[in-house]
Design a protein around this ligand. Sequence first.
Ligand SMILES: Cc1cc2nc3c(=O)[nH]c(=O)nc-3n(C[C@H](O)[C@H](O)[C@H](O)COP(=O)(O)OP(=O)(O)OC[C@H]3O[C@@H](n4cnc5c(N)ncnc54)[C@H](O)[C@@H]3O)c2cc1C
Ligand SMILES: *[C@@H]1O[C@H](CO)[C@@H](O)[C@H](O)[C@H]1NC(C)=O
Ligand SMILES: *[C@@H]1O[C@H](CO)[C@@H](O)[C@H](O)[C@H]1NC(C)=O
Length: 299
Amino acid sequence: MVNNSVAVASVAVVLATYIYFNLNKKSLPKFETSLIKDQFQEFELISIVNHTDEIATYKFKLPSATHKLGLPIGQHITIQYDFFNEETNEKSEIIRHYTPVSLDLETDGYFELLIKKYKLGKMSQLFRNIKVGDKIKVRGPKGFYDYEKILPKKDHLYMICGGTGITPMYQIIRYVYLNKHLDKTKITLIYGNQREEDILLKKELDSLVNLMDGQLKVHYILDNAPKDESWVSKIGYVDKDLLVKCGLKALDESDKNNTQVLLCGPPGLVSGMKKLLSSEFNYPRIKPITKSDDKVFVF
Ligand SMILES: Cc1cc2nc3c(=O)[nH]c(=O)nc-3n(C[C@H](O)[C@H](O)[C@H](O)COP(=O)(O)OP(=O)(O)OC[C@H]3O[C@@H](n4cnc5c(N)ncnc54)[C@H](O)[C@@H]3O)c2cc1C
Ligand SMILES: *[C@@H]1O[C@H](CO)[C@@H](O)[C@H](O)[C@H]1NC(C)=O
Ligand SMILES: *[C@@H]1O[C@H](CO)[C@@H](O)[C@H](O)[C@H]1NC(C)=O
């Protein structure tokens, strides 16, 4: 009798849980994703916010107000542009990669790109000339890093980046922040720029440091010293001493520490860091194309 009522009760609990779960699941807002992997689609520019002469945020409309982009955390989109060379009067089709600073988890109906426009940059020509109402050609998702799929999860991510190389890092940091009740991954961001005014997302990063109670540490590195350098970790290059100061340890054989290094930035920074990690920190030789689970991943 006792056993029976326990059995009945457990069935009831399982059933109730099942119904509760499915009701909740159904009540979640349904969404459609916008990207198609191998096919360029057009997305309309709906606003531009200038940060400096060279840096601006571009907001693009998705097919409906409830659509999401459909980009896994750590992946990027590809933009195609017909570059016009004014000197030779020739057109050439170019593609470049961009990681949105908006997350599907937080946004519906649009996505945002934070772009630095280079004087002689080819894709930069598109962003210099684009007007609200114009369309760009985008396909994706692209990339070998998928943060949510990495198993086992890493204990500590060291992110080393320069300039616009911050955008894939920012996406991961923000995702960890939004899930910080579950995701205890420690993050150390080492972010290099030429001048203070070149630093992208500084306000957002500083506020995340405060919101993440020690889970996120940010080290700014600058080539040129600002007036007040108290908040800068180093004036100059990222070198062995700096990485040691930021807490990076040489990889030990057992790798119980379960750290991963993520790199994104100008070719010089990336190749310099690859050499430094192998020669001074015992990291295995880093292949030209890296995968999600590698000790060092290059975006
Ligand atoms: C995963 C990933 C994510 C990225 N995310 C972002 C992002 O969110 N935002 C962003 O802004 N960028 C991002 N980038 C960088 C982006 O892909 C482009 O490399 C960048 O926008 C420059 O493209 P471009 O065609 O304008 O410049 P390019 O034409 O490729 O030129 C690059 C550099 O060379 C210089 N250059 C070009 N031609 C000459 C010349 N003839 N003589 C001298 N110098 C020259 C340019 O001034 C520029 O400094 C990302 C890159 C990757 C790999
Ligand atoms: C943004 O900057 C561009 C180029 O510097 C300029 O043409 C444009 O008018 C600016 N837009 C706004 C909204 O200030
Ligand atoms: C790894 O963690 C252990 C403690 O679990 C510590 O003693 C050791 O110094 C750490 N090694 C590295 C390379 O971080």
